[in-house]
Design a protein around this ligand. Structure first.
Ligand code: G5P
Ligand code: MG
Length: 221
């Protein structure tokens, strides 16, 4: 499996992008870059980008395009060309900028209904040091509220409050859904429908295995 893949994973907040990404990364040895994890690390370190981003994230709004494009471009330039990008692009303008700088092999969209998402986010706890994701109901930590690997405390994300989740879903509907159309029109979008990560994962696995064996199937400059 020597071919390099540059792929995006998309889907509404809470659709399981992070959970699916860890499975993909493990199976296909891709570098995972999550825009949300990156922003939370900037917030934790109180950088200028982090201070600015927090004002938007806490309201459930998107961080301005110019800030995001600069941040992600810088990170991607430092990665080998074998990555899975999660949470970027989230606007058509971001998608446009990305297409000027990078070639993409695949865009995967997790089409999970909104009604199953809200409950999931209420029950999500994360390990801030590693961004490992748990769910009290679905994949609980071995010891309650402690990270399985380090034993450190888990926390809840500030933007997982129900009113902020509603704002995030609205931002998704208005600004991010058009990005799906952007990639659909380029013939590079593959959709995965379902309500459970375990149910969607075998299809994602088959799709990426197939892409690795038939590299010329898709890809846009
Ligand atoms: P993020 O961090 O990118 P979102 O809103 O896109 O945030 P989020 O919340 O990280 O996405 P996810 O990664 O799609 O969700 O989902 P996940 O964490 O894997 O799973 C959610 C929960 O469900 C977990 O508890 C998991 O265990 C559980 N789960 C998974 N599968 C199942 C299942 O099958 N069943 C059950 N029952 N549970 C399951 O972005 C955060 C903010 O940063 C800014 C924005 O303000 C954004 O709101 N931002 C940007 N702003 C502008 N442009 C960009 N490109 C930006 N990127 C980030
Ligand atoms: Mg995530």
């Amino acid at each position: 499996m020597s071919r390099l893949i540059r792929a995006l994973i998309m889907g509404p907040p809470g659709s399981g992008k992070g959970t699916m990404s860890s499975r993909i990364v493990k199976e296909f040895k891709l570098n995972h870059l999550s825009s949300g994890d990156l922003l939370r690390s900037q917030i934790q370190r109180q950088t200028a980008v982090g201070v600015l981003a927090k004002q938007y994230i806490d309201k459930g709004s998107l961080v301005p395009d110019d800030v995001m494009v600069k941040l992600i471009t810088h990170e991607l330039n430092g990665l080998p060309p074998n990555w899975l990008l999660d949470g970027f692009p989230r606007t058509v303008s971001q998608a446009d900028s990305l297409s000027k700088n990078q070639t993409l092999d695949a865009v995967l969209n997790l089409d999970v209904p909104f009604d199953v998402i809200v409950q999931r986010l209420e029950w999500r706890w994360i390990h801030p040091g590693s961004d490992r994701v748990y769910n009290l109901d679905w994949n609980p930590p071995k010891v309650p509220f402690k990270d399985d690997v380090t034993g450190e405390d888990l926390i809840q994300r500030d933007d997982d409050k129900p009113e902020t989740v509603r704002a995030r879903l609205e931002a998704y509907e208005q600004l991010t859904k058009p990005v799906l159309e952007f990639y659909r029109s380029k013939g590079i979008l593959t959709e995965f429908h379902g309500t459970e990560t375990n149910q969607i994962w075998p299809h994602v696995n088959d799709f990426l295995s197939d892409l690795l064996q038939h590299p010329s199937k898709q890809s846009i400059e």
